[in-house]
Design a protein around this ligand. Structure first.
Ligand SMILES: Nc1ncnc2c1ncn2[C@@H]1O[C@H](COP(=O)(O)OP(=O)(O)O)[C@@H](O)[C@H]1O
Ligand SMILES: [Mg+2]
Length: 254
């Protein structure tokens, strides 16, 4: 690793919300191009960790480095400019617009105004990019659909297209498969495996099948702490992980 920077380093990060210590002394490091899943049952601190990295709030203590630069006190926008793109656990799509318009807005960044959107319709290059991105996430031919008419799974695919539009170096996805059918889960796994190798992926996922299928390394959170880190096989065979998932979540006990 000499001379190269990690994509992400989280050093001893804690975050409290009032009296709730949502994450405690979490440290992790992700090399460029690595595929990491963070798993854990509801309330484990996954989203808090994710938001701390994205810069949604100030952390209580600790340091966050992106591509070798300390970003602990930098804004979400600055972190995005450094190459971080993320999706949200709950959708942030423009429901009244078409799928293609949403991707276009992501491509145009803050340049977007209604006028620019119309102008860009006549820009074949921009629209080729929109189509390419829609194809890439499995939404070929769906560009003209209004977001409200897309299935839940398609909306999550669209969010992925919008994140990819930013040409991220570090892509962070928070429970992208929440509410997916088995078929949609299978599609998402394929899609994530086919991401360009240079994109570093940090996947937060409650669903173990997806987390283990996509990652080369898995981090387990529990009660705000990182309790385990290992290969998918190690995690699959971990008695501790099995206990946590059986004890902590009814849907996984089924
Ligand atoms: N904005 C917030 N205000 C207060 N408590 C929060 C907030 N966000 C998260 N928490 C608490 O922090 C803990 C971890 O939550 P979260 O990071 O959302 O877990 P996960 O994503 O693993 O389900 C939970 O106890 C949750 O209630
Ligand atoms: Mg969460």
């Amino acid at each position: 690793m000499a001379g190269t920077h990690s994509a992400l380093r989280v050093l001893d990060v804690s975050k409290s919300f009032g009296g709730v210590r949502a994450i405690r002394n979490v440290s992790l490091e992700i090399a460029a191009g690595e595929r990491i899943s963070v798993i854990g049952t509801n309330g484990a601190g996954k989203s808090t960790l994710f938001n701390a990295v994205a810069g949604v709030f100030a952390v209580t203590s600790g340091t966050i480095e992106l591509f070798g630069e300390t970003v602990t006190k930098l804004s979400t926008a600055t972190r995005a400019k450094r190459g971080l793109a993320r999706t949200f656990q709950t959708s942030r799509l423009f429901e009244q617009l078409t799928a293609a318009d949403n991707v276009f807005i992501a491509l145009g960044g803050n340049e977007y105004t209604g006028g620019l959107l119309r102008l860009a319709r006549r820009n074949p290059q921009r629209w080729a990019s929109v189509e390419r991105l829609l194809d890439r996430v499995g939404l070929e031919g769906r560009g003209r659909q209004q977001v409200a008419d897309l299935s839940h799974g398609e909306q999550r695919q669209l969010e992925l297209a919008m994140a990819l539009a930013l040409q991220p170096k570090l892509l962070m996805l928070d429970e992208p498969a929440a509410g997916f059918s088995p078929a949609e889960r299978g599609k998402l796994i394929t899609l994530l495996r086919e991401l360009p190798q240079e994109i570093t992926l940090l996947l937060i996922e409650h669903d173990m099948d997806i987390a283990l299928a996509v990652a080369s390394r898995v981090i387990v959170m529990h009660d705000g702490e990182k309790i385990l880190e290992g290969t998918p096989d190690q995690i699959r065979n971990s008695e501790r992980v099995r206990e946590i998932y059986l004890g902590g979540s009814i849907d996984h006990a089924a």
